[in-house]
Design a protein around this ligand. Structure first.
Ligand SMILES: Cc1cc2nc3c(=O)[nH]c(=O)nc-3n(C[C@H](O)[C@H](O)[C@H](O)COP(=O)(O)OP(=O)(O)OC[C@H]3O[C@@H](n4cnc5c(N)ncnc54)[C@H](O)[C@@H]3O)c2cc1C
Length: 466
């Protein structure tokens, strides 16, 4: 019987264990695993707090449906009837600009305008900025194939204002990254392909199949689970062999001897394994691999991380003067506010607040404002309340407050990320039985992490093939 140790019980580690267990059982493969998680709960960044009828997401609040891995896993786990989409009738995103919340023009496909009238009548971008964005149609494509930062790409194609008001808060915001560093190739390769194929993003977007009108799509663009994304973690844990799960135990060292790995835990225990999967942040994997693979460890350290916090506030609906009609707003870093975005959670999804109440969630920190994270919880709540008063006119006292801090949580896909990951995987492949999975490598989203776990499970099963 071959033994695999999976380090890290976030979604990537759990998905690795799930696919390994299901496929090994289906094929009678003589392979067993142990999953080791240092925190008191499984799920890593996925955590949903349920209190007084509110469902508060601490980390992710949804996943993109276009990448099928998460939807398929939810369905395979019997969660199909728990899946809910966004309330697309209220789909509207605002941008904080020049002292007020201004709607993102209808028909924007992330950074590219696809409808003329709403774009021309929008107050978000100046006339000069609109003209510059329109000139995108005539700007020749770049010849060179190398990676490029989001900021460089958008400035080059759509102009500085499109970067400041749209691309930076919408895209760099998703990655909690600095637009000047964020790799386009590793985050939105579609834009690079479109430029190459059609010579223009606007022209390329016009060639794409139109999404069904009036909410007739089979699924929303973003999906979640009725009682919070933690349902996915709970459903995975229901399926996994409980004897194989170790909680509250930290891997502190790794040694390789006589063809096997020896994994030391913080309680003094030692586990022998034929293979090890690191489903941990890259800097943790680097620390643990330093002794046996120093070159790999330094390649892993080159992936930077930033810290964020989410602050959710529940209100009595009647005490809010704001309509909350929309999914929320993003804040360009040039505005120098203390929050980077705010989700109107109970509008975006049903089942997030009890009747008569509303839930909103502010984001703090990220590449431009990590120092704000040093504040204590009460100060973080006050910061978000002050910002919501200034930006949305909310003066009510919240009936619920929940703060989640995410220290060194968001991997930074900086320019050259793909080349760095290729080098990391080449070095990892030199270590027999060593695997890496998770948000640091092939995508930060939940579907990416699940797909990564499935990929690694398939590789582990090959250990058993002659
Ligand atoms: C605030 C926030 C909002 C987000 N929003 C979205 C969203 O809406 N949609 C989306 O798709 N994605 C979103 N993401 C990204 C997504 O949640 C993460 O990329 C993903 O959950 C990471 O999963 P993972 O398994 O790779 O890592 P993690 O969840 O970080 O899991 C790693 C695990 O390893 C454990 N560990 C660390 N060191 C050790 C050790 N020495 N021994 C044992 N265990 C150890 C940790 O405790 C942790 O549980 C968001 C992330 C954040 C922080």
């Amino acid at each position: 019987m071959k033994k695999v140790v999976i380090v890290g019980g976030g979604i990537a580690g759990l998905a690795t264990a799930y696919y390994l267990q299901t496929r090994a059982r289906a094929t009678n493969a003589p392979i067993e695993y142990q999953l080791i998680e240092s925190a008191p709960t499984f799920g890593g960044k996925i955590v949903s707090a349920r209190a007084d009828g509110f469902v508060v997401e601490g980390g992710p609040d949804s996943f993109i449906a276009q990448k099928p891995a998460a939807l398929e896993l939810c369905r395979a786990l019997g969660l199909g009837d728990q899946l809910i989409g966004t309330n697309d009738a209220a789909r509207k995103v605002f941008v904080w600009s020049r002292g007020q919340l201004r709607p993102m023009p209808a028909g924007m496909n992330l950074i590219v305008p696809t409808r003329i009238t709403p774009f021309l009548t929008s107050s978000l971008v100046s006339w000069g900025g609109k003209l510059r964005m329109g000139l995108e149609l005539f700007i020749p494509p770049r010849r060179d194939d190398g990676d490029e930062s989001l900021a460089h790409f958008v400035r080059r194609r759509l102009g500085a204002e499109a970067l400041d008001k749209i691309a930076e808060p919408m895209i760099a915001g998703i990655y909690v990254a600095d637009a000047e560093d964020l790799s386009l190739q590793s985050t939105f390769p579609r834009f690079l392909e479109m430029e190459k194929k059609y010579g223009s993003l606007i022209r390329g977007m016009r060639q794409q199949p139109r999404p069904p009108q009036n909410g007739k799509a089979a699924t929303s663009m973003f999906m979640t689970l009725r009682d919070g994304l933690q349902e996915l973690v709970e459903a995975l844990l229901d399926q996994l062999d409980h004897d194989a799960l170790l909680l509250n135990r930290r891997v502190v060292a790794l040694r390789r001897d006589a063809g096997a790995y020896h994994i030391a835990l913080n309680d003094g225990a030692a586990i022998r394994a034929d293979a090890v999967v690191f489903a941990t942040p890259a800097y943790v994997s680097a620390e643990l691999l330093q002794a046996i693979a120093p070159e790999l460890a330094s390649a892993l350290r080159a992936i930077g991380y930033v810290s964020t916090a989410t602050v959710s506030l529940g209100f009595r609906r009647a005490e809010l003067s704001h309509s909350l009609e929309g999914f929320g707003f993003v804040v360009p870093s040039s505005e120098r506010r203390k929050i980077t975005a705010c989700t109107w959670s109970s509008t975006k999804f049903n089942h997030r607040a009890p009747d008569g109440y509303a839930l909103v969630r502010g984001f703090i920190g990220g590449a431009h404002a990590e120092a704000l994270m040093e504040q204590d919880d009460a100060a973080l709540v006050q910061t978000v309340r002050d910002e919501l008063r200034a930006m949305m006119g909310i003066t009510a006292t919240p009936v619920l407050t929940k703060v989640f801090r995410w220290h060194k949580a968001n991997p930074q896909y900086a320019v050259g990320h793909q080349a760095r990951v290729t080098a990391i995987e080449r070095l990892a492949a030199q270590q027999t039985g060593l695997y890496l999975a998770g948000a640091a490598y092939h995508g930060v989203g939940i579907p990416d992490c699940i797909a990564d776990g499935a990929r690694v499970a398939a590789q582990l099963l090959k250990l058993e093939e002659p």
